[in-house]
Design a protein around this ligand. Structure first.
Ligand code: SF4
Length: 99
């Protein structure tokens, strides 16, 4: 392969990646399923999709997934529930204040 062909191929691959990667990220975000209520870990951590409905005495006022360090707002992902999206209004006993 000549240096010109090699450079051309590299530029094409870089351009393809620049277009494809954001689309992959979007597809991944859309691929997250809502955390089911019967998820064993969700039950163990007493997850609720609406923090206001939690009766847990350890729940701090104003705490919710949206201000938890394990929450990723862009995707709704929670580090503790790989592959699932939680509600920004949700809450569980593993809540930890976002730094
Ligand atoms: S760890 Fe945080 S983000 Fe995840 S479900 Fe519990 S409160 Fe929500």
């Amino acid at each position: 392969m000549t240096p010109v062909n090699s450079r051309r191929r590299f530029m094409l691959q870089a351009a393809t990646a620049a277009v494809a990667l954001p689309m992959f990220g979007q597809a991944f975000a859309q691929a997250l399923k809502k955390l089911p209520a019967d998820n064993a870990t969700a039950k163990a951590l007493k997850y609720v999709p609406d923090a206001a409905t939690s009766k847990e005495p350890t729940k701090k006022p104003g705490s919710a997934c949206a201000n938890c360090q394990f929450f990723t707002a862009a995707t709704g992902a929670c580090t503790l529930f790989a592959g699932f999206a939680v509600s920004p209004k949700g809450w569980c006993t593993a809540w930890a204040k976002k730094a």
